[in-house]
Every structure is written in C-alpha cells, then in structure tokens.
Ligand binder design. Structure first.
Ligand code: 1WB
Ligand code: MN
Length: 346
C-alpha cells in the first residue's frame, strides 16, 4: 500500500534567520542579479516589486518542527531531506558565505539529530572559496553526518566546469556524497530574454539555468576527472532526459569538428552514470513514465519542492503514478536511501 510506504521527499527548502537577514542586506544593495526580484519578494517586504511577497514562503522556510512536521504527519510523509533554499550562500562575499554555510550546517545537523527519522539534510558550502569549501564539506559529512550537498547553480556567473571549483568536486567524490544542483535565477550572462512575463524563476528560467550548468559540466569532460561524482538535479531532470539523445548526437559532432573537448564517454553515458534526478515540482505522470523508461528506475527520486509546491498534490502524484509497487518503493524511498545514505527502516 502506497499509504504506508516510506516517503522520503528529497528537495525540501529550508532556511535560518541569519541567512534570511543577510539576504535582505544583499537585495537592498546594488546587485544586478536576477535573483533580486524573488529574494526581495521572500525576505524584504519593504523592497518587494515582484508580487512574490504575497505568497509568504518565508514562514515555511524558517519553520521545521511546527507546521512542516504537522503537515508531514497528516500526509504520511516520513522524511524531508532539507536544503538551504536558493540562492543559498552564493550571493555573499567569500567570508560571509563560508561562515553562514557552517552555521546553516550546524543548525541543520542539530535538527537531524533531534529527529533522525524525520529529517535528513544537504550541507551547504561556499564555492567562492573552494579550498575552505572542501574542508567544510568534509566536516559536514564526517562530523555532522549530513547526507550530501546543495549547490544553487552558478556562483557569480561561473559554473562547476571551471577548474577553480574542483576542490569541492574532489571532496564530494572522495566523501561519496552527492551534490544536488538546485536552480537559482539565471546568471547575468544568460538572463536577457528571461526577464519578462514571470519567466525568470520556476516557470522557465530555473530549468534553463540548471540545464545549461549540467550540459556545460558534461561537455567539458568534468566526469573524466571525477568518474564517481554523483550529481542530483530536480524538476524531472530539468528537461535533459527529453533532450539527451540530441545532446549526445550534437556533442559528438561538436567533438569531431573541434568545437568541444574529446571525452571518454558520451553525454548520455555521463548522464546515466553520474546523475540522478527528482520529480520536484513536475507532477506529470507522462513525463515520469518517459523518464523511467528512458533512463531507468534507479535514477529517479521523489521530491515535493516544499514550500514552493504544496505537499498534498505531490503525494497524490506519486501514490497514483502508473508504476509497479516495487518501482514505487524505489521512487519513494529506496533510491533516496542509496544516494543520500539514509538508513533504511525495517
Ligand atoms: C520558487 C521555486 C521560488 C523554487 C524559489 O525561490 C525556489 C517559486 C528560491 O516557485 O517561485 C524552487 O525551488 O523550485
Ligand atoms: Mn526547489
């Protein structure tokens, strides 16, 4: 029975007051970041011009044990895998980002220790300072016992194919800890036509941003350097499952004419070997069915995307998904247990 099946939701947004306060300062400053609109909407009613403020996501982000846990109980959601919500610490200067990542990780670890069957967590790190990030990553897994890492896409317009970030990738691979690349608004270089009609955020821009990030990494050959690195992406794979045949075909052509570096494996082989993806905010049975058929049941995990998406429809989506019961077990919890090292229950 799906009703009793263990349910681990894997892209569940969360924050701490210290990060909220620091973000409020950032959006009052001179940033040109496209994140400004939404971040002001969430954290700073005084400067909100976006309309997002009316949705009051902040209460949901800052609350763990109150409304969130109660709603989880009502719907039979066993566990949230928490992560510091976009843009994480990536809009701060390197020192502030490093400090706030450690504080968020300490706070998260405390919650997970207090509720070991209800909360697990993805640790933050500050890519602005890759060597210190690698140290914090090691602390977060070995000492705090967190379950993996969250990265909110670009950092100051730069992506993980840039070797300056590779100390963080090396750490994640060595720790056998998956990095979840979550969206934030598109970088300055990418944002042009995404700024109108509400396209900047989850409607379209987020997928363009993370999809671009992931294709850059695969095409650059990052996974020849880090063959065991695991990356998780949300939103039914940010459309990459649908595009993977063409990405693979056109990348081999780009390699043949010298426009892309030679890689040991094809793009599809990297996507199958190094990536998993979640259903967050993409409650579409046809897309789920296609994704499972195309990339395999072991690569797909369930997620809600709380509080940006409501819990109940996400549970109904998975309870009624046209899959076998053994597949539902994988989607609801077994794949999450394997990828994020969450102890299985009886
Ligand atoms: C929204 C969605 C906003 C996500 C977010 O802000 C995040 C939104 C940081 O629907 O407006 C998300 O994670 O999907
Ligand atoms: Mn999300």
């Amino acid at each position: 029975m799906a009703g009793k099946m263990r349910k681990i939701a894997t892209e569940e947004a969360w924050s701490i007051p210290e990060v909220a306060a620091a973000l409020r300062e950032v959006v009052r400053g001179p940033t040109s970041s496209l994140d400004k609109l939404l971040v002001a909407g969430i954290y700073d009613a005084a400067t909100d011009k976006s309309g997002y403020g009316t949705m009051n996501f902040l209460d949901g982000l800052l609350d763990t044990e109150d409304r969130r846990l109660k709603e989880m109980d009502e719907l039979g959601v066993d566990m949230h895998l928490l992560s510091l919500t976009a843009p994480g610490v990536q809009m701060f200067d390197a020192d502030t980002a490093t400090e706030l990542a450690a504080l968020a990780n300490d706070t998260m670890a405390e919650i997970c220790r207090k509720h070991p069957t209800r909360f697990a967590g993805l640790a933050s790190f500050a890519p602005q300072s890759p060597k210190r990030a690698a140290k914090e990553m090691e602390r977060a897994i070995r000492k705090l016992k967190l379950n993996g890492f969250i990265l909110n896409s670009h950092t100051n317009g730069e992506y993980l194919d840039d070797p300056k970030f590779w100390p963080a990738l090396e750490a994640a691979e060595a720790l056998d800890a998956c990095i979840y690349i979550h969206p934030r608004a598109a970088s300055d270089g990418l944002k042009g036509p995404l700024q109108d009609y509400g396209m900047d955020a989850a409607m379209w821009g987020y997928g363009v941003e993370v999809g671009t990030h992931v294709v850059r990494m695969m095409a650059a050959g990052v996974f020849d350097h880090f063959p065991k690195l695991k990356i998780c992406i949300g939103h039914m794979g940010e459309a990459i499952p649908f595009w993977i045949w063409r990405i693979t075909f056109m990348n081999s052509r780009a390699q043949a004419i010298g426009r892309a570096p030679k890689t040991k494996l094809t793009m599809e082989e990297y996507f199958r070997r190094n990536f998993v993806f979640t259903t967050s905010g993409a409650e579409d049975h046809a897309a789920l069915d296609y994704s499972i058929k195309r990339l395999g049941i072991d690569n797909v995990l369930w997620a809600i995307d709380y509080p940006y998406q409501p819990m109940k429809p996400a549970v109904e989506f998975m309870d009624t998904a046209p899959v076998s019961e053994s597949q539902r077990h994988k989607l609801y919890h077994e794949n999450a247990e394997r990828i994020f090292h969450i102890a299985p229950t009886g």
